[in-house]
Design a protein around this ligand. Structure first.
Ligand code: C2E
Ligand code: CA
Ligand code: CA
Length: 402
């Protein structure tokens, strides 16, 4: 069987099983259908994953050593997940059926149940017949959220910061992390940034939100930075912030309050944001640089900006977009583009980061192409503060932090 590399819009699957062999079997089977698979061995790991990633399918072993898998169903619901579930269990059919009914009662969709030992053909049949995904549409179709609810959420600290590691591709050392936010709403469940950031932008809440995110994440970051002074913290900026001439002042204030030096902060901005009002953006970005803050071009390669105008700005980092990274193994153009961006970054003295690194072969190719730093599910999904601390102990990329 040949393994199809997942395309940019490929389905994502999470297999939750405490046996490594079972995880491997499921991941292999998914791979033959072009479905990218992640594994989780414990309930805690699985919860972490479903909070960070919008999965299409979750294959769940009901007999996890530390917990019954049922607890994950609640987490899926809280995360607003629309993943389709496949239950696997060595228990008899009635237990599996009961689990399926419980999931349905929680509003989750169930594709079917499988016994153990796992029959790959049965699994493949279930995966082939998956109901159409609804997640992608959901953000747009979801009913409008009342801005007052978001305003209250900002005050009540319902906005949480997750951290996704950036690591050196060659020796997997942690060099920094990007803050990716979620809204943990008692009324709405877990809301993803593509749903509440645009709402904050439309309703004039984005400055308050960004200030809260900066303050909160810098505070969590400070102790890590004390251990490893070269670590950086990257925060995403809304395009609207790049038209606000008071931004440099606000950033300086938050930094002074946090005790983190400006050189540890990276602000990520997209090409489109810069080009929308170039003069204002150039003004604000130059003043941020003078204050010592670093700037990163996010999603590089997706805009249609004039390269010259873009590269005249005082950036320190360039993040090559996931679309090139994920296709680099099977699209012959992608490696050429990456190679060109590598030499561009080198000439201009910019740090280059590849986003969306999901597999080892992709990491290897990127290294061969000369890209030094990567970020993606291969190393870690966006992790909670506790999740990151846990991983700092356990994995190679973090060993140096101890
Ligand atoms: P982004 O800045 O381009 O962030 C990268 C997105 O890719 C994140 O989605 C991340 O979870 C996801 N990702 C990371 N590694 C992989 C991988 O290996 N494979 C795949 N398929 N995806 C990966 P997320 O967390 O849903 O955030 C979506 C977007 O929301 C972000 O895109 C960013 O533009 C925006 N955002 C998130 N947090 C904030 C924030 O605090 N402020 C602002 N203004 N925007 C934010
Ligand atoms: Ca980003
Ligand atoms: Ca990006």
């Amino acid at each position: 069987m040949t393994q199809e590399p997942p395309g940019p819009s490929a389905a994502r699957l999470l297999v939750v099983d405490d046996e490594a062999v079972q995880r491997l079997i499921v991941a292999r089977a998914a791979g033959t259908l072009g479905i990218a698979a992640d594994g989780a061995a414990t309930l805690a790991e699985a919860v972490e994953r479903v909070q960070a990633v919008a999965y299409d399918v979750v294959v769940l072993d009901l007999g996890l050593r530390d917990h019954d898998g049922i607890e994950l169903l609640r987490s899926l619901r809280e995360a607003g997940s629309d993943a389709v579930l496949v239950f696997v269990s060595g228990f008899d059919e009635r237990v599996r059926q009961a689990a399926a009914r419980l999931a349905a009662a929680l509003g989750l969709r169930v594709a079917g149940t499988l016994g153990k030992p796992l029959l790959v053909d049965r699994l493949l049949a279930l995966l082939r017949a998956l109901p159409e995904r609804t997640g992608a549409k959901r953000a747009e179709e979801a009913p409008d959220i009342d801005p007052a609810l978001l305003a209250a959420a900002i005050e009540n600290d319902e906005i949480i910061c997750l951290f996704q590691p950036k690591v050196t591709l060659q020796d997997r050392r942690l060099v920094g992390m990007e803050v990716l936010t979620r809204w943990r709403s008692p009324a709405l469940g877990l809301v993803r940034p593509d749903r509440f950031i645009p709402l904050a932008e439309r309703s004039g809440l984005i400055d308050r939100l960004t200030d809260r995110i900066m303050a909160q994440s810098l505070e969590l970051f400070r102790p890590w930075r004390q251990q490893r002074p070269e670590l950086t913290l990257a925060i995403n900026l809304s395009p609207i912030s790049l038209t606000d001439l008071t931004l440099p002042e606000r950033v300086s204030t938050v930094l002074a309050d946090s005790g983190v030096p400006p050189s540890a902060l990276v602000l990520e901005v997209t090409e489109g944001a810069v080009m929308a009002d170039y003069v204002a953006a150039a003004d604000i970005m130059t003043r941020l640089r003078i204050r010592g803050v670093k700037l990163s071009i996010d999603d590089f390669g997706t805009g249609h900006s004039s390269l010259l105008s873009l590269l005249r700005l005082p950036f320190s980092e360039l993040k090559i977009d996931q679309s090139f990274v994920r296709t680099c193994l099977h699209d012959p153009e992608a490696p050429k583009i990456i190679r060109a961006v590598v030499s561009l970054a080198r000439e201009l003295g910019l740090q280059l980061v590849a986003e969306g690194v999901e597999t080892e072969p992709v990491a290897e190719l990127l290294t061969r192409l000369g890209c030094a730093i990567g970020q993606g599910y291969l190393f870690a999904p966006p992790l909670s503060h506790a999740g990151l601390v846990e991983r700092l102990r356990a994995t190679v990329w973090a060993e140096a932090v101890r």
